[in-house]
Write a protein that binds this ligand. Structure first.
Ligand SMILES: C[S@@+](CC[C@H](N)C(=O)[O-])C[C@H]1O[C@@H](n2cnc3c(N)ncnc32)[C@H](O)[C@@H]1O
Length: 273
């Protein structure tokens, strides 16, 4: 599976349980190639993947909605935005900056422009920019983004991306966030804890990527300890929750017994101090 295919897979997952994800537009991205991939992912890795991604979406949807409601608008900067559709789900006085690799961003802009003109999506102020987080320097990324920032405060989202990046790129991105944001602004981030490496389900995920990577699309398999988020310069860790706990809130009758049975991602909300 190539990295760009993961963006289609995640988007399709969100369409499976709309009442949980709250993403009524995810289904626009559904396609036959992705539908054909998903049964083998459920079988080889875990059948819970779709619902867990819906929980993750729900968590950030609620955090962003309350942030932009309290602040009467602002800017959402979505790093590695894939095909996520928050820009149409959150308050309409929010500008969005969508950042991803060139092929994803070009495809996303083209399809979204079509759907807006067909009336399938509401109009929104959206900027698209292609950046490779590994290639561009800290200053280059700041220089690309600054002109797009017309409204404050800023909520930065980096969801489903850090797994693919190195710690060097991750540190660079958090320095960029610190330079772009002002006091009170927020970052929402997702990652796996290092202890997941001991679980069978995580090893099945790595095996799946290794055995389905027919293009040698190289990426890291990053996990991040909680201490990283507690020690980020310029930020206070405001909230930390994992998908196992989110499941108890949004699917009270769920059948997940142990957090080690699932690909349990951790969600963090940081506030700029
Ligand atoms: C699993 S998808 C998640 C997409 C979206 N955030 C979501 O949750 O639906 C991972 C995304 O990260 C992007 N990505 C991975 N490595 C990247 C890099 N070095 N530079 C820019 N984007 C990257 C991919 O192109 C892809 O869209």
């Amino acid at each position: 599976m190539q990295i760009h295919e993961t963006a289609f897979v995640v988007s399709t997952y969100r369409s499976y349980f709309e009442e949980i994800s709250k993403d009524i537009y995810a289904k626009l991205w559904n396609n036959k190639a992705t539908d054909a991939l998903i049964p083998s992912i459920f079988e080889s890795i875990s059948k819970d993947e779709a619902i867990l991604h819906c929980l993750r979406n729900r968590f950030f949807y609620e955090r962003m909605t309350s942030f932009f409601t309290e602040n009467n608008g602002g800017t959402l900067i979505n790093f590695g935005s894939g095909f996520s559709m928050y820009q149409f789900l959150i308050n309409d006085n929010v500008n969005t900056i969508e950042i991803d690799q060139k092929n994803i961003i070009e495809h996303k802009k083209e399809r979204i422009d079509d759907w807006i003109s067909q009336g399938k999506l509401p109009r929104r102020e959206i900027n698209y920019t292609s950046i490779d987080f590994n290639q561009n320097t800290e200053q280059e990324i700041i220089d690309i983004l600054q002109p797009f920032i017309k409204k404050r405060p800023i909520f930065i989202l980096i969801e489903g991306v850090l797994f693919f990046l190195t710690s060097k790129t991750t540190n660079k991105l958090f320095k960029i966030f610190n330079k772009l944001q002002n006091q009170g602004d927020m970052v929402g981030s997702v990652s796996y804890l290092p202890e997941i490496k001991d679980t069978a389900v995580y090893n099945r995920l790595l095996h799946y990527f290794d055995s389905n990577n027919n293009t040698n699309d190289s990426f890291n398999h990053q996990t991040i300890a909680n201490t990283f988020y507690k020690n980020i310069e310029g930020y206070i860790l405001e909230k930390h929750i994992d998908e196992f706990e989110l499941a108890k809130i949004y699917i009270p009758n769920n059948t997940i017994k142990n957090k080690t049975d699932i690909l349990n991602e951790n969600m963090y909300i940081l506030r700029k101090s």
